[in-house]
Design a binder for this molecule. Structure first.
Ligand code: HEM
Length: 403
């Protein structure tokens, strides 16, 4: 994972910073603080690390946002910082560049239209409520394993109407993709996902139903039906896109609320604030970073990045940059529209298609959890732990409450 590269001639010596994106120092305690070290005075807006094969990192919030939105000079085709990932997964629509991306994106957007997201609300509520039933009487839980990682999987399974008995297996796939532990190769992971999903997909292709896949696959691509290969690549993208991202977000929100009982009380007393709170939490706790390949030379920040170079774009360095947001570390439910101009969901043509669904999941989660659970706090005897990666997350959040 951490293959060290030799500095290429076009990278100035003063841009070299030894930074392992998968394991920045201190990440186990605080992912956000670990990344914020790259915004210390004196660190340039664009740096190059020899780790993981050697790549650029945009450290200025403005550069992160602008480069992310720039699909003309930066390609999504190979997500190469994780070795082999992009070549094997070939996600649709994530790894297609415009204009090829457009018809697929259009089909996926139709599938996720807001009326379908609204129609899903009772299912999301039922999933959240059922998981709360499991823990509420115990007076304690490990929130990541007991709740955060389970809720999005169950929702995904409801979306595509596959049996809930398959939950644990899909959970493992999601973890392996975003935080590989070496127990499965990327090829094995892609194969396992395909083997599992193909029977469901085949039925949807042959006789479309009301589920998400059927809706997407019924929209023609440039006037012709989806091919089997394309349908598999879409399926992988939807499967992996909405699991660990939502789990990470729920974890970060609960960690904040456990540390800030005054915010628990505020949202319990004024539940009308919950949608604004969901937007602000989404801004405050960005966990996704992406890689892009340069398709042309790009001059920025006094250096020239060469065509073929990789650049890493961490949303944390945009959302927590004081030049982009006032007092960015404060959780402030009154930011209004300023709260939604963040990059937690990306920027430009690949901005998350599941953003509406994710927002709905967060809002429903907050209503259910705060509506039913008594005031909760961190367990003083067990540590909170975090992990870095393309999707960072808490790996343990031990909670307690009085029963
Ligand atoms: C809080 C939860 C979520 C976060 C933080 C998140 C984040 C992101 C980000 C940053 C991107 C852009 C990637 C890039 O530019 O390379 C993205 C794209 C995408 N996300 Fe999400 N996501 C979330 C939830 C979901 C859900 C629930 C789904 C679907 C079930 C989903 C499906 C996708 C897909 C298919 C794309 C690719 C869009 C395209 O390439 O046009 N995401 N997401």
């Amino acid at each position: 994972m951490s293959e060290t590269a030799v500095r290429p001639a076009h990278v100035p010596v003063d841009r070299v910073v030894d930074f392992d994106i998968f394991n920045p120092p201190g990440v186990e305690q605080d992912y956000f603080a670990a990344w914020q070290t790259l915004q210390r005075p004196g660190v340039p807006g664009l740096i190059w690390t020899p780790r993981n094969g050697g790549h650029w990192i945009a450290t200025s919030g403005e550069y992160v946002r602008n480069l992310w939105a720039d699909a003309e000079r930066l390609s999504s085709e190979v997500l190469a910082v994780t070795p082999g990932l992009g070549e094997v997964m070939r996600f649709i629509p994530l790894q297609l560049d415009p204009p090829e991306h457009n018809p697929y994106r259009n089909a996926v957007m139709k599938g996720f239209a807001s009326r379908f997201v609204v129609a899903l609300e009772p299912k999301v509520k039922a999933v959240a409520s059922e998981l709360i039933d499991d823990v509420i009487g115990r007076g304690e839980c490990e929130f990541v394993g007991d709740f955060a990682e389970v809720m999005p999987v169950n929702i995904f399974l409801s979306l595509i109407e596959v049996p809930l008995s398959d939950r644990p297996m899909l959970r493992e796939f999601g973890k392996q993709l975003t935080r590989p532990d070496g127990s499965m190769t990327v090829e094995q992971l892609a194969q396992a996902a395909d083997d599992y999903l193909w029977p469901f997909l085949k039925v949807r292709l042959e006789s479309p139903g009301d589920d998400l896949f059927s809706r997407i696959l019924s929209v023609p691509i440039n006037g012709r039906p989806w091919t089997v290969d394309e349908a598999k690549r879409l399926c992988r993208n939807l499967l992996f896109g909405g699991l660990d991202t939502v789990a990470a977000m729920l974890g970060m929100i609960v960690l904040h609320l456990a540390r800030h009982p005054e915010h628990q009380r505020l949202l319990r007393d004024q539940p009308d604030l919950i949608p604004a709170a969901a937007d602000e939490f989404t801004r405050r706790f960005p966990t996704v970073s992406v890689s892009r390949n340069l398709v042309t030379d790009v001059e920025l920040d006094g250096v020239t990045m060469k065509a073929g170079d990789l650049v890493y774009l961490p949303s944390v360095l945009h959302n927590l940059d004081p030049r982009c947001f006032d007092a960015p570390e404060d959780v402030n439910f009154d930011r209004g529209l300023n709260a939604v101009r963040h990059t937690t969901m990306g920027a430009g043509p690949h901005r998350c298609v599941g953003a509406g669904l994710a927002r709905s999941e967060i809002i429903i989660f907050l209503r259910e959890w705060l509506g039913r659970m008594p005031e909760f706090r961190l367990d003083p005897d067990r540590p909170v732990t975090m992990k870095g990666g393309n999707v960072a997350a808490c790996t343990a959040i031990p909670l307690r409450w009085n029963v």
